[in-house]
Write a protein that binds this ligand. Structure first.
Ligand SMILES: [Zn+2]
Length: 439
């Protein structure tokens, strides 16, 4: 059984609605009749909060069953801007769940079984092998940190390389050091590493990973961020030891972490199959056109925006996000209306395509068109418009913008077409990318 975790809602900006734990420790769901509607789904808890800093009743009633509406409304929204925070005292009597035995690894009896289940799931993640080995070593006290080396009589003194004050143990370095405490709380996860008290980093991190792996799909973003944080603390520490002259501040930590995140996104997130199995097999069998739309049922005569992105990785330099541009070709039944292209900043092909759709929608608004169909050859993008949660992290906010911008139209749909159909936009895009400037 996974450890339970709670989340204290502050401004709701970093808590996802479908994430476990912010409503009475349970997972909440949208009303089943709303799940398939084409209305953009609220994503963050902050989307449920109205301007007067109270729960927005209309939104709650639209998306949740009455029982859940009532549960949500029991949560107090702080008047001040408070960050959301993970907590472990989610039981009604306020006791740490650690006492009720949720935390595995603390009870000998269930320990072995739980531990092997944990490792099985951990090794099945797609993260880099060196990451897995790194964490495996950390969890088994096999990293070459000060205390471990002293046990092996290699070092006699071992102050923490980050703060310089205390002795460097694994638990101090990765969890309790004042520097790492700050890193955890400023990270995208917003973790208070002092909760619960007095845990070794071994038990603490394993429970976090267990919770995160359980709460999100395989290779989930938060699981990635958690391991990435441990990994980059390790790199920061090594930098301090082996290059004492270099700056190794928490700011450097976030630079390093960002770098690894980009690499991770390139390595697998974009190519991951984000279309749900069920949805995909239905679509492929039926050969129905695959699209996402707003008000499309009432479409009037529309113009067609053909878009394509062109992105090229710079294989010489990992830090270079690559070169990106997109082209668009706008037509109606009488032929060409306008065309154009633009060089943009993007770190993947999918992100380029997402920006291409968003920006070309804005082009058509500028020209005064309110009924359009957008053609894209990216199935992943259209799938992402339905299931933002499973989309690559670097396109999620773009997806949200596409959904919002769609509401300005009278009717619009984003249609997935075969590559041949966007070739006209493709050649416009490639030209711009090669030249490095727009037409
Ligand atoms: Zn320290």
């Amino acid at each position: 059984m996974a450890p339970k975790v709670g989340k204290m809602v502050g401004n709701g900006k970093t808590t996802k609605i479908l994430e476990t734990g912010w409503v009475g420790g349970k997972k909440i769901k949208f009303k089943s009749e709303e799940i398939d509607s084409l209305d953009p789904q609220p994503l963050w808890v902050s989307d449920l909060i109205g301007q007067n800093n109270e729960w927005d009743n209309n939104i709650l009633i639209k998306w949740f069953e009455p029982k859940e509406v009532n549960m949500i409304k029991t949560i107090h929204i702080p008047a001040f801007d408070v960050k959301d925070e993970y907590t472990w005292n989610g039981t009604s009597n306020g006791e740490y769940l650690i006492k009720s035995g949720y935390w595995f690894g603390l009870h000998k009896r269930s320990g072995d079984y739980e531990t092997s289940k944990f490792w099985k799931r951990f090794w099945s993640q797609n993260f880099w092998p060196k990451w897995k080995i790194f964490y495996w070593k950390l969890a088994n006290g096999a990293l070459a940190t000060g205390v471990n080396l002293r046990k092996r009589k290699i070092l006699s003194e071992s102050p923490c390389p980050l703060c310089g004050c205390e002795e460097e143990s694994d638990t101090h370095l990765f969890k309790d050091c004042e520097i790492t405490r700050r890193i955890w709380s400023c990270s995208s996860l917003g973790i208070n590493s002092q909760q619960p008290n007095n845990l070794s980093v071994y038990v603490w991190s394993r429970n976090w990973l267990w919770y995160l792996m359980d709460d999100e799909p395989k290779n989930g973003e938060r699981t990635f961020d958690f391991i990435n944080t441990l990994w980059c603390i390790w790199l920061l520490r090594n930098k301090r030891i082996f290059k004492p002259s270099s700056n190794a501040t928490p700011k450097d930590f976030f630079e390093i972490a960002k770098h690894w995140k980009i690499r991770g996104n390139k390595a697998w997130r974009d190519t991951e199959d984000i279309i749900t199995e069920q949805g995909r097999s239905n679509r492929e069998k039926s050969k129905d056109p695959f699209w996402w739309g707003y008000n499309w049922a009432n479409q009037e005569e529309h113009a067609t925006m053909i878009v394509d992105g062109a992105w090229k990785i710079n294989s010489q330099d990992e830090d270079d996000p690559g070169k990106a541009a997109f082209g668009w070709f706008f037509q109606d039944r009488n032929g060409e209306i306008a065309k154009g292209n633009q060089v943009i900043c993007a770190s993947s092909a999918l992100q380029t395509e997402a920006l291409a759709v968003l920006l070309s929608m804005k082009e058509s608004l500028k020209m005064g068109y309110r009924n359009i169909e957008v053609w894209t050859d990216s199935k992943l993008l259209v799938a992402g418009l339905y299931e933002e949660k499973k989309a690559a992290s670097n396109i999620r906010t773009i997806i949200l913008d596409i959904r919002e911008t769609a509401k300005i139209f009278n009717s619009i749909r984003i249609l997935n077409v075969i590559r041949e159909k966007v070739s006209i936009a493709h050649s416009i895009a490639v030209k711009a990318r090669r030249k490095g400037s727009s037409l």
